[in-house]
Design a protein around this ligand. Sequence first.
Ligand SMILES: [Fe+2]
Length: 365
Amino acid sequence: MGLTRKGKAPPDTTATLVKPAETSIKHTPTPNHTTASSEPTAKAVRISAGPTPVRHPVPLEARIGSIHFNQRLGLEREKEARVFGGGRTFFHIENWTLIGVLLKYGLRLLGLTARGKRNARAIRLTHNRVALARLPAAFEGYRILHVSDPHLDMADDIPHALIEAVRGVDYDICVFTGDFRGKTHGDFSRAIDGLRRVRTHLKHEVYAVLGNHDSLGMAPEIEALGIRVLLNEHVQLRRGGQDAGLYLAGIDDPHYYRADNFDKTAGNIPAGAVSILLAHSPEVYRHAAFANFDLMLCGHTHGGQICLPGGLPLLLNADCPRQFCVGRWRFRDMQGYTSTGSGACVLDVRFNCPPEITLHTLQRS
Ligand SMILES: [Fe+2]
């Protein structure tokens, strides 16, 4: 029995996750965009533009290492649906079934359900300018479209809302900072189907990291859609034929599975190079800053999702100061941005906390 699209990882998961049809990865060269794994044994790889499958020359277990592979799947089996314990926070509201029921009937009693659902689908485009002193000249004006926490299977019309939001936006690459699935366990086929619909409306290269709602088993299926999943890996971006590249790195979920490994992620990035980190949660902002990242893009908090008037969050579900939980922030020499997310979880509603996609524009300061 192998890992199934139901998200459960039975004991013998290796065979399925390294099955050639799903995870043997052949990268296609492109003239202006080269990617390289941080794994010392992995070959330099290239990704083609457009929604063609991302293929890697080595199976997933060999690519990310047996320890990461076995730990992630083992932890998923043991505690993916826990309400208490594990992860960086003690209480995991997303796994508390009762809160969803209370919220659903409470909003119905108050007559607020339709408004909350409308709010959750009104995704706005926000802009963030990032000044980086050492930005290579070729990357002046480089635009990164940042989507976080889409939770694509929360309702049938959620993918459509995201498609409408990204339609017509100009950018150079698109990045997802995790949480494709609504629940933290179970079937992920609807989330993958929703992502497939969204992917056909995305231009250029697309990268992603996994969140606490995502299974490692989703990575091969996401890559089959032409989205490179960075699992404690980095890639080098090139623009205008310049060798002086920009590095894009991504860690596996740092919130619940604590599967982040900065040594593997950033160890081979040359000193002095400009580097951007994708992380699901802002909770590792200190680790990222001391690993010399220049910019960190993340999500996870949903900005609170249900906030008091004025946008005051009731709960941010993150073990870090609130200043790092919404919007732009800075820690030492690193800049950061925590997206409020494009989706919603527990219930597909939002109040006083609009969903967003963000266009980050890089500039030389
Ligand atoms: Fe989320």
